[in-house]
Design a protein around this ligand. Structure first.
Ligand SMILES: NC(=O)c1ccc[n+]([C@@H]2O[C@H](COP(=O)([O-])OP(=O)(O)OC[C@H]3O[C@@H](n4cnc5c(N)ncnc54)[C@H](OP(=O)(O)O)[C@@H]3O)[C@@H](O)[C@H]2O)c1
Length: 219
C-alpha cells in the first residue's frame, strides 16, 4: 500500500518507519527541515534497504497515496491541507488531538473532536481517527512484540466502512488489536481517553512505553 505521511514528527516519523518496515511504500512529508525527512526515509528503509521510503512535499505524499496519515498539531490543519492539495476520496487517518498551543489541555470535546473538525474541512475525504490513544514512545515496542500473544488494543473510529477496513490493516501491521469504536463522532470520547493514557504514560511511574488492552468477560 502507498502511504503518505503528512507531519513527520514523533508520531508520523515512527508510524511511517513501521509502515515501511511492514512492507508499505511510504512518503514522509511536512517537517521544518528537508534533511530530517531525508534521514527519516533513509532510516525507514532499514539496514538492508528493503523498505520503500522517500521524502517529498505534502502534495507528493498525498498524490498517489492509498492512505494519508495526518500527524500534525491540529492548529496546523489549515496549513497542511492547503499544502496537501485535493484530498477528495482519500482515506485520511488522523492521530491529532485538539490541544491548545502549549499542549497542556484539550480545547474542544463533548460536542466535537479534532477528527470531526478535520472531516468538516475535507468533507469529501474519508477520515478515520486512529493511533491517537497511545504515546509515540510505545510504537516500536508494540511492533517488536507483534508476534507475541496478547496484543494491546487500539481504538479507532470513522464513518466509512472501507476506509476503516484499510485502517484496521495498518493498525494490525503496527502490532495492535484494532477495536472499532464506531462512527467518527466517537472521537469525542477517544480523544479525552488519549489524555488519560498520556497521564499514565508521562506522569506514572513506569515510563511512557504504555499501551492498553480491553478484555471482554461473560458471553
Ligand atoms: N507524540 C505523541 O505521543 C502523541 C500521541 C497521541 C497523539 N498525538 C497527536 O499527534 C499529532 C502529532 O503529534 P507529534 O507528537 O508527532 O508532533 P510533532 O512531533 O511536533 O510532529 C509534528 C510534525 O509537524 C511538523 N511541523 C510543525 N510545524 C510545522 C511547520 N510550520 N512547517 C512544517 N512542518 C511543521 C513538525 O516538524 P519538525 O519535525 O521540524 O518539528 C513535525 O514533523 C498531534 O496532534 C498530537 O496531539 C501525539
Amino acid at each position: 500500500m502507498r502511504i503518505g505521511i503528512v507531519g513527520s514528527g514523533l508520531m508520523g516519523g515512527k508510524l511511517g518507519t513501521i509502515f515501511a518496515r511492514a512492507g508499505h511504500e511510504v512518503v514522509f512529508s511536512y517537517a521544518r527541515s528537508e534533511q530530517k525527512l531525508k534521514a527519516l526515509a533513509q532510516e525507514a528503509k532499514g539496514k538492508a534497504a528493503k523498505g520503500k521510503a522517500r521524502h517529498g512535499t505534502p502534495r507528493e505524499a498525498a498524490q498517489d497515496a492509498d492512505a494519508v496519515l495526518l500527524a500534525v498539531h491540529w492548529l496546523r490543519f489549515d496549513d497542511v491541507l492547503e499544502q496537501a492539495g485535493d484530498l477528495s476520496g482519500k482515506v485520511v487517518i488522523t492521530c491529532s488531538l485538539p490541544m491548545n498551543e502549549e499542549n497542556t489541555e484539550l480545547v474542544i470535546g463533548r460536542t466535537s473532536s479534532a477528527a470531526e473538525e478535520l472531516s468538516k474541512k475535507i468533507p469529501k475525504a474519508r477520515v478515520v481517527s486512529a493511533f491517537n490513544t497511545v504515546p509515540s514512545e510505545v510504537l516500536f515496542d508494540v511492533y517488536e512484540a507483534r508476534r507475541k500473544a496478547g496484543r494491546p488494543s487500539l481504538v479507532y473510529c470513522g464513518d466509512d466502512r472501507s476506509s476503516k477496513e484499510l485502517a484496521t490493516g495498518l493498525i494490525r501491521d503496527v502490532g495492535f488489536d484494532p477495536v472499532d469504536a464506531g462512527p467518527l463522532r466517537i472521537a469525542r470520547y477517544t480523544e479525552p481517553f488519549a489524555l488519560l493514557v498520556g497521564q499514565l504514560a508521562y506522569e506514572g511511574k513506569g515510563g511512557p512505553e504504555l499501551a492498553y488492552r480491553f478484555e471482554r468477560f461473560g458471553k
